[in-house]
Design a protein around this ligand. Structure first.
Ligand SMILES: C[S@@+](CC[C@H](N)C(=O)[O-])C[C@H]1O[C@@H](n2cnc3c(N)ncnc32)[C@H](O)[C@@H]1O
Length: 221
């Protein structure tokens, strides 16, 4: 496989050497009950925007250990989790053990190359754009369009620059020494930014919404 040089993989492999460290960087805590509770909250945003149907094959970009996949997979036909980090995927295999309709896919950090065109019903990407450069965010929006069947649905989110909580994220990242910024430092988005990506990628009926720190956008192929 032709892999573009990138340090997303190195960065996220380092952050997820152990399951506890992976959970800390995915959720901010390691308590399983709390993780399941918060995963349901993430899932609610997906359900309220693009819907969740029993016949769906749904794909997550940047799935981590499968925090959301674990609560989503039992509700749909098939769940595909894609991630750049080998360690996240390794922990994901344990986290999702016992679920027969899940598949974990290693991706190169920039596209969904292993996933065929027009093969899934819905794609979502949650708590990932904050760690990506803008061009890579847009690259995944275009890739989501490619792998979706006609009529397929897409959802993405990020911390909302235009909110008090999002501004706090911005200021906390801004405090880092410019010469020593970790690659996974959180970067915010605006609704306009996400809306532009979806429209430029070809999505129709593009909408944006906010909830707490989150700005999210969704649309249809
Ligand atoms: C904060 S975690 C969120 C995981 C999951 N979406 C969730 O909500 O539980 C960010 C995830 O994005 C993955 N990631 C980071 N950069 C990526 C990239 N360029 N392509 C794909 N995945 C990436 C990381 O490995 C990590 O699993």
């Amino acid at each position: 496989m032709n892999e573009p040089s990138s340090n997303y993989r190195d960065t996220w492999n380092r952050l997820s050497e152990t399951l506890d460290s992976a959970l800390m960087h995915v959720a901010g805590y390691i308590d399983e009950e709390r993780i399941a509770f918060e995963a349901e909250r993430s899932l609610k945003l997906v359900r309220d925007t693009i819907g969740i149907r029993p016949e769906d094959t749904m794909l997550e970009i940047g799935c981590g250990v499968g925090r959301i996949g674990k609560v989503l997979a039992p509700k749909i036909r098939r769940w595909i989790g894609c991630d750049v980090s080998d360690n996240m995927l390794r922990h994901g295999a344990t986290w999702l053990a016992g679920l027969g309709n899940v598949e974990l896919v290693r991706i190169n950090g920039h596209d969904l190359q292993p996933v065929p065109d027009a093969s899934v019903d819905a794609v979502y990407c949650s708590v990932v754009f904050m760690h990506l450069e803008e061009w890579d965010r847009y690259a995944y929006v275009k890739e989501a369009f490619r792998v979706l069947r006609p009529g397929g649905r897409f959802y993405c989110d990020n911390a909302n620059l235009d909110s008090d909580d999002g501004w706090a994220v911005f200021e906390s990242s801004a405090r880092f020494d410019p010469n020593n910024r970790p690659q996974h430092l959180s970067r915010c988005s605006t609704g306009t930014e996400l809306n532009v990506y979806l429209r430029r990628a070809g999505f129709r009926e593009v909408k944006t919404g906010t909830a707490g720190v989150w700005i999210f956008a969704w649309g249809q192929k």
